[in-house]
Design a protein around this ligand. Structure first.
Ligand SMILES: Nc1ncnc2c1ncn2[C@@H]1O[C@H](COP(=O)(O)OP(=O)(O)OP(=O)(O)O)[C@@H](O)[C@H]1O
Ligand SMILES: [Mg+2]
Length: 365
């Protein structure tokens, strides 16, 4: 879909981008990452020809972009910039409508499209279309920026630190939303970030840059498990084994959990423990409601009496969680096993610390 061939950009003595070759497949999310000044923004802006390369060629769908009218090219590529870049004197509606208006869409179609996009990014159209950028929170402004980039439904989206200007919590939410939106729209996306965790979470492939050069271009799993150079190893840091866990779903690690019904007689409960010291406790709807220590149970009259009540939301994880979430929940609670529940808090199984450790060890090297 997008192919860079030996692309170089020089500013006098400075080489901002140095013989960069990179290929991004249709529907892929490529994340450019690297230290400040390594050439990420320059690379992005050469793709839509806001900056002309000094040497090398860039192809989109097999066509050399140098042969395409630059204006037309830009209208066909969505661009969300580093500092959001909404026009302050224009309403949210007009900000999102900029490109469709330039493309001379009919007004009805534009109105419909703006409504759709606001819904897509999780903002109620009626509440937002008349607002001005100064009346938006940082996170809302970022979302409007994303909506604007998507406005004319371009196949390609360039995003320069789209979630850079918000607090960590909002950022996490925007990332989750990004993943959700991308599932729906399936664009080819080149996204720049400073944040490795963000790259790991969002990327199909990560391009690590250093001083204008591409030093590694691989899936997050491979970048973390097999960094190709000292620079990459240092860049991804000592906790890369941990970071890898955030790419692995707990789904494949769920094993049957030892559990008892809260109303089950003590004897039966103990019999079903089969060597387990701890048992999860569920109610008649199979919903997780706590756990019981079999040692305490032996001294008690009933399962109910011996049980430690626990809020399922706090003591379990969802099937959709990652191993990293499972691990941090275990550390928080001091459990060696963590129960896994479905959306209705029904117990599905459990994940063991030992299995997570094994998964971590596999990627070492
Ligand atoms: N118009 C320009 N004139 C001269 N030098 C420039 C120009 N634009 C960028 N540079 C230089 O090119 C290099 C790459 O800049 P670029 O903006 O691509 O970095 P970046 O990786 O996006 O950095 P950041 O993470 O800080 O946004 C830097 O050394 C920068 O100083
Ligand atoms: Mg930049």
């Amino acid at each position: 879909m997008i192919r860079l061939e030996q692309v170089t950009k020089r500013y006098g003595e400075t080489t901002a981008v140095n013989q960069l070759s990179l290929e991004i497949g249709k529907g892929e999310v490529c994340v450019l990452i690297g230290p400040s000044g390594c050439g990420k923004t320059t690379t992005l802006r050469m793709i839509n020809r806001l900056i002309e390369p000094t040497a090398g060629r860039i192809f989109i769908d097999g066509r050399d972009t140098a042969t395409v009218d630059a204006e037309k090219l830009r209208l066909s590529i969505g661009y969300a910039i580093q500092s959001v870049g909404l026009f302050p004197h224009m309403t949210v509606f007009n900000n999102i409508a900029v490109v469709p208006q330039l493309l001379l869409w009919e007004n009805n179609r534009i109105v419909r499209r703006v409504g759709e996009l606001l819904e897509l990014v999780g903002l109620e159209p009626a509440d937002y279309i008349r607002k001005y950028p100064s009346q938006l929170s940082g996170g809302e402004a970022q979302r409007i920026g994303v909506a604007r980039a998507l406005a004319a439904d371009p196949p390609i989206l360039l995003m320069d630190e789209p979630f850079g200007a918000v607090d960590p919590l909002t950022r996490e939410r925007l990332q989750a939303q990004f993943i959700h939106i991308q599932k729906e729209v399936n664009k080819t996306i080149v996204l720049v970030t400073h944040d490795l965790d963000e790259a790991i979470r969002l990327a199909d492939r990560i391009a690590i840059m250093e001083s204008g050069r591409l030093v590694q271009y691989d899936s997050p799993e491979i970048i973390l498990s097999r960094p190709g150079s000292k620079f990459v190893r240092d860049f991804v840091g000592a906790d890369r084994a941990l970071k890898r866990l955030s790419r692995i779903s707990v789904k494949d690690f769920i094993k049957p959990a030892a559990a008892v019904n809260v109303n089950q007689p003590k004897k039966e409960a103990l019999a079903s423990a089969a060597g387990h010291r701890w048992l999860w406790v569920v109610d008649d709807d199979e919903q997780l409601i706590g756990w019981v220590d079999t040692k305490t149970l032996m001294q008690s009259v009933s399962t109910k009496e011996a049980m430690d009540e626990g809020d399922a939301v706090k003591i379990s994880i969802l099937e959709s969680a990652t191993l990293r979430e499972a691990l941090s929940r275990m550390l928080e609670l001091g459990f060696k096993h963590i129960p896994v529940v479905d959306d209705s808090q029904r117990l599905i199984g459990e994940v063991a610390l030992g299995d997570i450790e094994a998964a971590t060890a596999e990627g070492k090297g």
